[in-house]
Design a protein around this ligand. Structure first.
Ligand code: CP3
Length: 365
C-alpha cells in the first residue's frame, strides 16, 4: 500500500503504469495531471444503444442485473462503441435493496416500484443486512469485467440513503417526495433508523464491488436536491457520510452525485467525496468555488443539449471544458443520465471532441 498526496491509500496491485489506477479518469479523480480530460456518461449503458435494446427485449431489467454474462456484455457496450474513459457497472440502485429482502420491481417507463412501502419500525426491520452471497452475481460480473476491461477503469455504484429511502417510502418514483418528507419531519427517529439501515446495506454493497476490483465508486443521491441545505445536513448528511467515510481506507476514489444540488454542493463534498458530481444548473467554476479546491468535479453537460444540432453541442462542450479548468480535477460527464432518445453517434462525437480539445490544450502548455 502507498499513500499519495491526496491522503488516499492506493492499492499496489493496480497502480502499475498504464493500469486502471494510472488512467486519465482515476488521475483526474485524484487531481493529478492528465493527458486529456477523461469522459464517461451516466446511463451510458442503456436504451440509447440498439445493441442494449436487443439484449433487453427478452429479459426483464432486474433479471438482467442478476445475470453476470449480461451485466458484463451491457457494461462493455458503451466502452466499445464510444471509447469512453471509464465503464460503469450495469446494475440499478434498487438491486441491493431487493437483495436485502424488499419485494420490488423495475417497471419499464416508470422505474422502481415497491410492493409494500416502508412506513413503520417493523418495516425497517424487513431490510436485512446483505453479504457477498446475497449479491454474488455482482461479485462475479465485476471480476469478469476487470479482466475484460484491462486498463479501462470500472466504476462501481450504489444509491445513497435519501434516494433509496424515497423509493421505499413512496413505493415508487415521486415528483414531490411528499411521503418521504412527511416521515422525515414527522418521525425523525424512524427516519434516522431507516437511513442508518440503508447506509449499512449500501456500504456492504460497495465493499463487495471494491473487493471484486472496481477502480472507483459513485454514490448516487439523485433526489437530494429536493431538500434545503439545513434539512440535508440534519437528515441526510450523517448517513451519506457513514457510507463514504466508511470507504476511506478502501483506496478507490469516491464520487458523490445528485441533481438540483446547487445549494448542497459544499455539504455533499463534506460527506467524504473525492469528486463531486454537478448537474447542468451550476457552472463548474462556480461549483468549484462552493466545493473547495481539495476536490475534483464531474459534469456537467445538460443531457438535452445532445438532442440539439451539433454546433450547439460543440459550443457547450467547449464552454464546460473551459469552466472545468477552474477545478483541480475535471471528469467530463453529463449533468444527469443519457436520455433514451439520444443518438449514440452524438455521444461518440462528444468523446472524441473532449479528448481532442483537452489534449490540444495540454500541448499548448
Ligand atoms: O450506465 C449506467 O449509468 C449504469 C446503469 C444504471 C442504471 N440505473 C441502469 C438502468 C445506473 C447507474 C442506475 C442508477 C439509478 N437507478 C438511479 C441513479 C441515477 C439517476 O438516474 O439519477 C436511479 C434514480 C435509479 C432508479 C431507476 N431505475 C429509474 C428512475 C429508472 C428508469 C425508469 C425508466 O424506464 O425510464 C430505472 C431503470 C433503469 N436502470 C434502466 C436502466 C438502463 C432502464 C430500464 C430499461 O432499459 O428498460
Amino acid at each position: 500500500m502507498t499513500t499519495d498526496t491526496t491522503g488516499t491509500v492506493a492499492r499496489d496491485g493496480d497502480s502499475r503504469p498504464g493500469g486502471p489506477a494510472d488512467s486519465p479518469f482515476i488521475r483526474a479523480c485524484r487531481r493529478r495531471p492528465v493527458p486529456h480530460t477523461p469522459v464517461w456518461f451516466m446511463r451510458q449503458a442503456g436504451r440509447s444503444l440498439p445493441e442494449y435494446r436487443e439484449i433487453r427485449a427478452s429479459v426483464p431489467m432486474l433479471e438482467s442485473c442478476r445475470r453476470p454474462e449480461l451485466v458484463t456484455e451491457i457494461t462493455l457496450q458503451p466502452v466499445r462503441r464510444h471509447g469512453v474513459d471509464a465503464a460503469i457497472l450495469f446494475s440499478d440502485i434498487v438491486v441491493p435493496v431487493a437483495a436485502a429482502g424488499i419485494d420490488l420491481d423495475i417497471v419499464p417507463g416508470t422505474g422502481p416500484v415497491v410492493a409494500e412501502p416502508i412506513r413503520t419500525a417493523a418495516d425497517v426491520e424487513r431490510i436485512r443486512l446483505i453479504t457477498r452471497d446475497d449479491v454474488s452475481y455482482v461479485d462475479e460480473a465485476v471480476r469478469q469485467l476487470v479482466v475484460e476491461l484491462g486498463d479501462t477503469p470500472l466504476i462501481g455504484f450504489a444509491g445513497a440513503p435519501f434516494t433509496l429511502a424515497s423509493y421505499l417510502v413512496e413505493g415508487g418514483p415521486s415528483r414531490t417526495h411528499a411521503k418521504t418528507k412527511a416521515l422525515m419531519y414527522g418521525d425523525p427517529e424512524l427516519w434516522h433508523a431507516l437511513c442508518a439501515r440503508l447506509a449499512d446495506v449500501t456500504l456492504a454493497f460497495l465493499r463487495v464491488q471494491i473487493e471484486a476490483g472496481v477502480s472507483a465508486v459513485q454514490l448516487f443521491d439523485s433526489w437530494a436536491g429536493a431538500l434545503s441545505e439545513a434539512d440535508y445536513r440534519r437528515f441526510v448528511l450523517p448517513h451519506s457520510t457513514a457510507v463514504l467515510s466508511g470507504l476511506v481506507d478502501a483506496g478507490v476514489p469516491r464520487i458523490h452525485f445528485g441533481v438540483g444540488t446547487a445549494e448542497l454542493l459544499g455539504a455533499m463534498g463534506e460527506a467524504g467525496a473525492d469528486v463531486v458530481g454537478v448537474d447542468w444548473r451550476t457552472p463548474l467554476d462556480v461549483a468549484t468555488g462552493r466545493i473547495g479546491a481539495d476536490k475534483a468535479v464531474q459534469g456537467n453537460l445538460d443531457p438535452c443539449v445532445l438532442l440539439a444540432p451539433w454546433p450547439v453541442v460543440e459550443a457547450e462542450v467547449r464552454r464546460i471544458l473551459e469552466q472545468g479548468r477552474a477545478a483541480p480535477g475535471h471528469v467530463f460527464n453529463l449533468g444527469h443520465g443519457v436520455m433514451p432518445e439520444t443518438d449514440p453517434e452524438v455521444l461518440t462525437r462528444v468523446v472524441a471532441l473532449v479528448h481532442e480539445l483537452s489534449s490540444r490544450r495540454a500541448d499548448q502548455g
